[in-house]
Design a protein around this ligand. Structure first.
Ligand SMILES: [Zn+2]
Length: 140
């Protein structure tokens, strides 16, 4: 039979909480849940950190999707050329550094006609601006 725990304590202040809606298989899971629902100062700080980590994870996932859409397989549907994987990695790494506040924005000239600007909006959302300039030059 599966062991069921429906009682956990906050890891910081020790306050007990009963989880009547969820059952846990380990005491760590029950304590984690109690900590995530406690109102003490340390638990609140912990919840804030967890939220920030989750937001960052989500932002990176969205950035990966955006990059794939704009520079990977998705770009062909806009009639644009996809770029090499290593370039997509560069764009993603730049985006992560911008998200973390290490850089304000990054502009990459992929070719003389293809540029990307990566930045963060005032709402904290990562934005990718791809510009493809068609250059026609004839030498005679
Ligand atoms: Zn607590």
């Amino acid at each position: 039979m599966k062991k069921v725990i429906s009682f956990g304590s906050c890891r910081f202040c020790g306050q007990n909480s009963l989880h009547d809606k969820e059952d846990f298989e380990t005491i760590e899971q029950a304590n984690e849940c109690a900590t995530l629902h406690c109102n003490c100062a340390e638990a609140t700080k912990y919840q804030f950190q967890k939220k920030a980590e989750e937001n960052r994870r989500q932002a990176i996932k969205r950035a990966e999707e955006q990059i794939e859409n704009l520079f990977g397989g998705g770009s062909a549907s806009y009639g644009l050329l996809p770029v090499e994987n290593i370039i997509k990695e560069l764009i993603l790494n730049s985006a992560i550094m911008i998200y973390d506040g290490l850089l304000k924005d990054v502009s990459v000239n992929i070719t003389s006609c293809l540029k990307v600007k990566i930045s963060k909006s005032t709402k904290g959302k990562l934005t990718f601006m791809r510009s493809d300039a068609a250059v026609f030059k004839q030498e005679v």
